[in-house]
Design a protein around this ligand. Structure first.
Ligand code: SF4
Length: 379
């Protein structure tokens, strides 16, 4: 089964930490964008036409800016082009200010069964620092509305490590969300990109990110809290109640195929990886279906290393033999002395052919990945 990703590059305001490719929504022609997106879907490479698909993910940007009627058009193109299963996961990333009861009813009526709210923090001062346009109160209203709606899975994204973020407030925010009945929580650590407003404020000394130690402790305490609440810590940054893992994101983490539509969207199918050129103007000028494809010609060994590292983000870890069959004998086998070293250092566990990170290994994952990188790729 293949996964389908629909990229929506519009946002109303750029958040202070965001360095994604996106454009301001105001004055832009959403209808024209959706027409181009549908054109691209309908002109999919014949190799993939009619393939069975079991996940559809609307991401961005802010796909919740799309009026339901336009979203319906995209889903119709998908159903006409692929064999979309009746139990497919159809997910939408949403900003809290876009979700209220009626909109949620409409989305559920179209088949959307998963929403993820970009809450980021429940501290109004920090929401201001991030330039988010919602308040904590509005975010909780959206969570309550989503919970009361027919949408099956309700998730939220939070960021840890914000400048001046208090430990108690951060944990209380997580408690509030868990108490409000969310099924899925993603905890991202703040990344500071130099070309963003936040990056410039940090460079000028106006804001200071939390020290790494404080962030690591906060992340561990947050994970403990969620696990005590019944959440499974199934991926480094992701927690789900049983039955609510993100099936679409699991495709990325388990080396499965997906097709991305829209400028800058990535694809991995038929043994190839590529991305769409990030050129919105060309896309809108009626050439959605002919968008330039940028091939990613990585050698097999690098692909194998990427699959290994991505799979290690999961609590289940990876099957080393399956990876070696797919990507070659350059990848470590279960008896590799390097893995024994990492296991002695308490960073990994090897059970049969399965390799997984320990809790300490998750915290130091970059160090583990560096040591596992094939020597040829380090030069
Ligand atoms: S809503 Fe998301 S994509 Fe849009 S500016 Fe904010 S962080 Fe970036």
């Amino acid at each position: 089964m293949i996964g389908l990703y629909l990229h929506f590059p519009y946002c109303t305001v750029r958040c202070s930490y965001c360095d994604f490719y996106l454009v301001p929504a105001r004055g832009n022609d959403l209808r024209g964008y959706v027409a181009a997106l549908c054109d691209e879907i309908r002109r999919v490479d014949p190799r993939f036409r009619g393939r069975a698909a079991d996940t559809v993910s609307f991401g961005g940007g802010t796909p919740s800016l799309l009026p339901p009627a336009l979203l319906a058009g995209v889903l119709e193109s998908i159903r006409d082009t692929f064999a979309l299963g009746g139990d497919a996961e159809i997910s939408l990333e949403a900003n809290p200010e876009d979700l209220e009861a009626r909109r949620l009813e409409e989305l559920a009526g179209l088949g959307v069964n998963r929403v993820t709210l970009g809450v980021q923090t429940l501290d109004d001062r920090l929401l201001g620092v991030l330039r988010r346009s919602h308040t904590a109160w509005r975010a909780m209203q959206a969570v309550a509305a989503a919970r009361a709606s027919p949408v099956r899975s309700v998730g939220a994204d939070l960021i840890l490590g914000l400048p001046g973020q208090g430990r108690a407030e951060a944990l209380a925010g997580i408690e509030r969300l868990a108490g409000a009945g969310i099924d899925h929580l993603s905890l991202y650590l703040l990344e500071i990109h130099p070309r963003t407003r936040l990056g410039r404020a940090v460079a000028l000394g106006r804001l200071a990110p939390l020290p790494d130690e404080a962030v690591a402790t906060l992340y561990e305490e947050a994970a403990d809290l969620l696990v005590a609440r019944g959440f499974e810590h199934y991926e480094i940054s992701n927690f789900a109640l049983p039955g609510h893992r993100s099936r679409h994101n699991l495709k990325y983490w388990t080396d499965q195929e997906y097709l991305g539509f829209g400028p800058s969207a990535h694809s991995y199918a038929g043994g190839e990886r590529w991305s769409n050129a990030p050129r919105l103007r060309a896309y809108l000028s009626g050439s959605g279906g002919r968008i330039e494809r940028l091939d990613d010609p990585q050698p097999r060994s690098v692909r194998g290393a990427e699959a290994l590292f991505t799979g290690l983000r999961l609590s289940e870890g990876v099957d080393l033999e399956a990876l070696r069959l797919r990507y070659g004998r350059g990848l470590p086998a279960a008896g590799d002395p390097l893995l024994a070293d990492l296991a002695r250092a308490g960073l990994v566990e090897v059970t049969g052919n399965r390799l997984r990170l320990t809790r300490r290994g998750r915290l130091l994952s970059n160090e583990v990945f560096e040591r596992l990188m094939p020597p040829a790729q380090l030069t």
